[in-house]
Ligand binder design. Structure first.
Ligand code: NAP
Length: 368
C-alpha cells in the first residue's frame, strides 16, 4: 500500500537529518526518514535504506510517494562509497520520482565543494573541489558532482550548501567537534588552532533546547547589542513583552519573541524552502553569517564557557578560506543566519556551562 508523505528525509538518522525530521514532525508534516544503522526514537515512519544495496531506496520511494525529499545521506569510507551515496543515490532517487507530481528535491551539500583558495564563495561560483588534495577530496568531489546531477536532471531541485555545523542532536547532546574543544579547555590543555584558515560555522539545534531557550530568555537578562534580540531597551524578554503590551504593540511583542525562537539556522532555513510558496530553485548557502578562523572560533568558545582564553594558541601554518557568502540566500530567507556568539547562546541556552554534564554524540565523519 502506498501513501503520500509530505517529506522524506534520506539520511534522516544523521546529525542534520534527524533534527530536520524532528522539526518537520513538530511542524505537523507527515514525515518519513531513512537510516542505515541508527534508527531514531521518533514517532515517524522509518525505512532502512543502504544505498549500497540494490532496491531498498526504490521500494522506500514507492511506499512513501513523498511531496518533498531532503537528501542528507553521507557515507563514511572510501571514494567508492562516496560515489554510491553522493552521486548514484541522487540519480536513482530522481529516476524513481513521479514526474506527474514532480516533488521538490533538496540536496544538502557542503562548502567543501570549493578548494578554499578564495573564500566568501557565492552560490553561483564555479566549484573547484577537484583541486583539493586532502582527506576530504573524495567527499568534496562527489558532493560537487551530486549537486550538478540534481540541478541538471530535476528542475525542481534546490542545493543547500552548509558548513561546519555545530549544535545539539535530537537527544540533546552537543556535537563532538564542540564538546572535545570544551573538554580540552576545561582540562587546562593548550590547544593550537589555525589562525589563517577561515570557516562559516553554522547552527543546528534540537527542538526541546529551543523551547527551553525561549523560556529562559523570558526571564534572563539579554544583551541589547545581540542582533537576535530586540534592538532597544534592557532587561528580560518578559519585561520587553510587558513594555510592548503596555504600548499595546502586541504584534511587535509577538514578532520579537518569535525572532528569538527561530534560532536553528540550518533546519529552519530548510523548512522555509520546503514551503510551497518558496519559488527559488538553484543553489543556496544556509550557513552562519560570520567568517571566522578556527583560532578565533576557539577563543570565542573559551570566553563563552569561562575557560582560560590564553590556552588557545594561534597556528599560522595553513592558509585557506572555506567561508560562504550568505548574502543572496539571506535575502530570500526569513530565517536570520546567526553569528557565532548568537549560535553559542542558542546551544548553551545562555547558561554557564559544564562539559561534564553532557554526553557526546555525532557520527559525522568530518568532526573527529
Ligand atoms: N555536519 C557538518 O558539519 C556538515 C558540514 C557541511 C555539510 N554538511 C552536510 O550535511 C549533510 C548531512 O551531514 P550530517 O552531519 O548530518 O551527516 P551524518 O550525521 O554523518 O549522517 C549521515 C546520514 O547518512 C546515512 N548514511 C550513511 N551511509 C549511508 C548509505 N550507504 N546509504 C544510505 N544512507 C547512508 C547515515 O545513516 P546511519 O547513521 O543510520 O548509518 C545518516 O543518516 C551532508 O550532506 C553533509 O555534506 C554537514
Amino acid at each position: 500500500m502506498t501513501s503520500s508523505f509530505d517529506l522524506l528525509v534520506i539520511g534522516g538518522s544523521g546529525f542534520v537529518g534527524a533534527n530536520l525530521t524532528q522539526a518537520a514532525l513538530h511542524a505537523g508534516f507527515k514525515v518519513a526518514y531513512t537510516y542505515v544503522d541508527h534508527r531514531l526514537q521518533l514517532p515517524v515512519s522509518s525505512y532502512q535504506v543502504d544505498l549500497q544495496e540494490k532496491s531498498t531506496l526504490e521500494t522506500c520511494l514507492k511506499k512513501t510517494q513523498p511531496k518533498n525529499i531532503v537528501y542528507c545521506a553521507l557515507p563514511r569510507g572510501n571514494e567508492t562509497k562516496h560515489r554510491i551515496v553522493s552521486i548514484e543515490g541522487v540519480k536513482r532517487t530522481l529516476d524513481a520520482l513521479d514526474k506527474a507530481t514532480y516533488p521538490k528535491f533538496v540536496y544538502v551539500s557542503s562548502n567543501s565543494v570549493f578548494s578554499g583558495r578564495k573564500g566568501q564563495y557565492r552560490e553561483l561560483e564555479k566549484t573547484d573541489a577537484e583541486q583539493q588534495r586532502d582527506d576530504y577530496r573524495a567527499y568534496a568531489v562527489t558532493r560537487a558532482i551530486g549537486e550538478q546531477v540534481a540541478l541538471d536532471t530535476w528542475s525542481n531541485s534546490i542545493v543547500v550548501r552548509t558548513a561546519d555545523v555545530n549544535g545539539r542532536d535530537v537527544q540533546g547532546n552537543i556535537n563532538r567537534r564542540l564538546i572535545s574543544l570544551i573538554d580540552q579547555l576545561e582540562s587546562g590543555q593548550e590547544i593550537q588552532r589555525l589562525s589563517q584558515a577561515y570557516i562559516s560555522p553554522t547552527l543546528v539545534l534540537q527542538r526541546k533546547v529551543r523551547v527551553l531557550r525561549v523560556l529562559l530568555m523570558a526571564f534572563l537578562p539579554f544583551s541589547p547589542s545581540s542582533p537576535t534580540l530586540p534592538p532597544s531597551g534592557e532587561g528580560s524578554l518578559l519585561s520587553l513583552w510587558e513594555r510592548e503590551r503596555v504600548r499595546e504593540n502586541w504584534q511587535g511583542a509577538i514578532a520579537r519573541l518569535c525572532a528569538v525562537m527561530l534560532v536553528d539556522n540550518l533546519v529552519d532555513g530548510i523548512m522555509e524552502i520546503l514551503d510551497e510558496d518558496f519559488v527559488y530553485r538553484g543553489i543556496l548557502h544556509i550557513a552562519g553569517c560570520e567568517r571566522i578562523t578556527y583560532y578565533e572560533f576557539a577563543c570565542k568558545l573559551a570566553k563563552f564557557v569561562n575557560a582560560d582564553v590564553s590556552l588557545v594558541k594561534p597556528d599560522p601554518s595553513k592558509i585557506w578560506d572555506y567561508s560562504l557568502d550568505i548574502s543572496f540566500t539571506q535575502s530570500l530567507l526569513k530565517t536570520r543566519l546567526l553569528n557565532v556568539e548568537d549560535q553559542f547562546k542558542g546551544i548553551f541556552c545562555g547558561q554557564t556551562w559544564s562539559a561534564r554534564n553532557c554526553s557526546i554524540e555525532s557520527n559525522h565523519p568530518l568532526v573527529s
